[in-house]
Write a protein that binds this ligand. Sequence first.
Ligand code: ZN
Length: 74
Amino acid sequence: MTPPPSTRHYWLPIPDSSQCSGTRHAFRGPRWEGEHTGTTVCGQEVAMAKPSEMDWICHPTCPSCYDTLKLEQR
Ligand SMILES: [Zn+2]
């Protein structure tokens, strides 16, 4: 059984230039494969890097990504 496309996404904290500031965006695909850039579910082209523990704690979830995925999963 392959899961439907709408469930195939993952979250990754994307830091801003300043420390402990950024947003956790959702991306299409099963997981992050080490790409340097990616397109978020909310349509932004962002630089990707391995997140630290602090990134997961500090960065709030992107509301646009969340809403988009929520609508798709109805
Ligand atoms: Zn987003």
